[in-house]
Design a protein around this ligand. Structure first.
Ligand SMILES: [Zn+2]
Length: 248
């Protein structure tokens, strides 16, 4: 990939939910290319390429020139921080308003919606939770203490890459330590499923950073659904769809 982008136009600064300061600029055509690239979409790498296009500085330092180093720093970020960053990139690049079509999985009818991302963020409808440090749980069946960790970009990549999800690997990655040690596959494969389930359950309950979901009430049948923001084409490509009827 070409050298890091020069700063063009205005930048904004803010803090990620974990407190890391970031400075970003608007998205460029270069990033659009990556977002549409099938291979990058499949591996999940489009996210880091988009972040490399837009992040000017992270943690008070300029993003490294080396793509590998920059990519590692961005993957090290927690998923809730990454979600928050993506939302800010979207608003900085295309504004707060988002207009899109949504097909209700219940009644199968498509309706047009218009939302304001900033208002949803301010009202808490787009939820940002504070991070907690080290969450230990006691495994009841076999004993032992697992310290649960938050998801990060590396974990997201692994999930995107796996054809069949190895639940032992996933459970292992949900832990920072097990009995004070770095989690090891052999140890986790021997744990009982009830203990593994407990770890996964705690991990899923552990909210930190931005949850990138909005609740949408179907305009046709009124059924309520949680919709992933980045799953809506208009999130990164505004005006991809034209509203089919008057939305909210
Ligand atoms: Zn419906």
């Amino acid at each position: 990939m070409a050298r890091r982008r020069e700063i063009s136009g205005e930048t904004i600064q803010f803090e990620l939910p974990s407190g890391i300061p970031v400075e970003i600029q608007e998205m460029s055509g270069n990033a659009e290319r990556h977002i549409r690239n099938k291979q990058f979409l499949k591996s999940g790498k489009w996210l880091e390429l988009l972040m490399m296009d837009t992040v000017v500085s992270l943690g008070g330092n300029a993003l490294p020139e080396s793509e590998l180093e920059a990519e590692k720093l961005l993957l090290d970020l927690r998923t809730g921080d990454r979600n928050y960053l993506l939302l800010q990139i979207r608003m900085q690049s295309f504004g707060e308003e988002m207009t899109f079509n949504y097909k209700c999985p219940e009644c199968k009818k498509t309706a047009g919606y218009s939302i304001n991302l900033k208002e949803l963020l301010d009202s808490g409808d787009l939820r940002v939770s504070p991070y907690r440090e080290d969450v230990p749980i006691q495994l009841e069946v076999r004993g032992g203490i697992a310290v649960i960790d938050y998801s990060d970009g590396h974990r997201e990549r692994l999930i995107a890459a796996q054809k069949e999800i190895d639940t032992v690997v996933l459970t292992m990655m949900a832990c920072k330590t097990f009995n004070g040690e770095k989690p090891a596959y052999e140890t986790f494969a021997k744990l009982l499923s009830r203990d593994l389930a407990k770890i996964r359950e705690t991990f899923l309950d552990l909210q930190g950073g931005l949850e990138p979901e909005i609740e949408l009430d179907c305009l046709e049948c009124g059924d309520s659904h949680n919709v992933l923001l980045a799953g809506i084409p208009d999130f990164f490509f505004p005006a991809t769809t034209k509203r089919v009827n008057i939305g909210r």
